[in-house]
Design a protein around this ligand. Structure first.
Ligand code: FE
Ligand code: FE
Ligand code: ZN
Length: 277
């Protein structure tokens, strides 16, 4: 089995997200650690985190997958953007320690003209400033579509970051199916081959979460436009095979499809049907 859920808003607090996801029928969720524009985080109400933890235990939730702000770019050519990113990373990870044992996912970054080698080095430097052997959060690099100057459009680039990090045991990868497809990996006709390649380059042991998205665009388009499950180019059959793949069992799967609440409830139910079949 897998854990399934979608992104929720943290604006009503942590325990509220747990209750909402149970109402949606899911067993994990994601949230943006800060609102994409402001960058501010809200104070946590007393008892809120404890109430969520109790809910996760009693409802048998899987690991949660927090998502860093899109504005965080650890490898921008602009020094102050990079410094801002490092500060966001540090504060986000500090807060994640209130919920030990969960996952924190971020987009490796866009090198904005510096070249991917420089980008990879800067991402690793930022992680080396912030990761500690004591922390109880696993930090995930997301597989990217390779749009513009994005780092992480190949498994090799993610591996190169991991190789430069001093606490590699704190690092994992979040496999975004839309991004990986858009990057050129054939999840429709060669899912086994793609996962084998992932295993050879990065190691399946590092695969800690999946972003389950269909794509609006053909393979290798480097576009990054998500589609509802079964309504995109990957299609329902490919989505179903991903959910049921033996190498991916036990992982949290997060929907990032263009849906309202009812749409997510329907997709979560569909994924659970695929699991049961
Ligand atoms: Fe993402
Ligand atoms: Fe994603
Ligand atoms: Zn995306």
């Amino acid at each position: 089995m897998i854990y399934i859920g979608c992104h929720l808003s943290v604006s009503d607090g942590y325990a509220a997200m747990g209750r909402t996801m149970s109402r949606f029928g899911g067993s994990t969720f994601a949230w943006f650690t800060r609102n994409p524009r402001g960058g501010r985080t809200k104070e946590i109400a007393p008892g809120d985190v404890e109430a969520l933890q109790e809910h996760l235990r009693s409802e048998g939730f899987g690991p949660l997958v927090a998502h860093a702000s899109y504005t965080m770019n650890l490898c921008s050519a602009n020094e102050s953007t990079r410094a801002n990113g490092r500060e966001m990373l540090r504060k986000d990870l500090e807060r994640m320690e209130l919920l030990p044992g969960n996952l924190y996912n971020f987009h490796p970054g866009a090198h904005t003209g510096q070249g991917s080698e420089a980008g990879i080095r800067q991402i690793a430097e930022a992680l080396n400033e912030v990761l500690t052997p004591q922390m109880q959060t696993t930090v995930l690099l997301e597989t990217m579509a390779g749009k513009g100057s994005e780092v992480g459009g190949t498994f090799e680039e993610l591996r190169a970051v991991i190789d430069l990090v001093k606490c590699p045991e704190k690092l994992g990868v979040c496999f975004d199916t839309c991004h990986t497809w858009d990057a050129g990996y054939d999840l429709v006709d060669d899912l086994d081959g793609v996962l084998r390649h992932f295993d050879e380059v990065i190691g399946l042991g590092r695969l800690k979460a999946v972003h389950l998205n269909d794509s609006k665009n053909p393979r290798g388009s480097h576009k990054d436009r998500h589609e509802k499950l079964g309504q995109g180019v990957l299609g329902a059959e490919a989505m179903r095979r991903i959910v049921r793949h033996p190498a991916l069992q036990g992982l949290p799967f997060i929907l990032e499809t263009p849906n309202d609440d009812e749409g997510y409830v329907a997709e979560i139910a569909e994924v659970k049907r695929w699991m049961r079949e």
